[in-house]
Design a protein around this ligand. Structure first.
Ligand code: FES
Ligand code: FES
Length: 167
């Protein structure tokens, strides 16, 4: 049993109670993924499984068996940052940075959801692809809280990347 994490095969923990968050942080030392509430309320622990966003604090590691997990370390690096990382810097999309890895992982998946015509609560026409409006982005990112209140910059950064169609 194995999980592919940022292109590396990792054994599923023997203990089935280990969360994906604890596997990433405590066992693999991938500390880019943050612990916030540890109960599904803040989004700080968001990672991607097969391209879809999940809360790693509410996901057992064993549930990722045979699947591909991407964390912030797998999206970009200092030398080769992801376009969203660059945009977050340009638009002041963070202050302390604690929520930022989760915000960026969530944004990557969220933009794919829009591209796949998945509607949100505020999408007017359920049969059409949602518009890239600030209202749509805010609604779709509402599961990721920022205690520093950087939400305006976060939305601007995501909109810039979405409009440049670099996702
Ligand atoms: Fe997982 Fe808050 S730490 S949602
Ligand atoms: Fe500090 Fe979001 S930048 S919590």
């Amino acid at each position: 049993m194995a999980i592919r994490i940022n292109d590396t095969e990792v054994a599923v923990p023997d203990d089935p109670r280990v969360s994906l968050l604890d596997l990433l942080r405590e066992q693999l030392h991938l500390t880019g993924t943050k612990v916030g509430c540890n109960q599904g309320a803040c989004g700080a622990c968001t990672v991607l499984i097969d391209g879809e966003r999940v809360l790693s604090c509410l996901t057992l590691a064993i549930q990722a068996d045979g699947r591909s997990v991407t964390t912030i370390e797998g999206l970009g690096s200092d030398a080769d940052p992801h376009p969203l990382q660059t945009a977050f810097i340009e638009h002041d999309g963070f202050q302390c940075g604690y929520c930022t890895p989760g915000q960026i992982c969530a944004a990557v998946a969220m933009l794919r959801e829009i591209a796949d015509c998945v509607p949100s609560y505020v999408t007017a026409d359920l049969a059409a692809r949602a518009s890239l409006s600030p209202e749509e982005i805010r609604e779709r990112m509402s599961g990721n809280l920022c205690r520093c209140g950087a939400h305006n910059g976060i939305v601007e950064a995501i909109l810039q990347v979405a409009r440049e169609e670099v996702i």
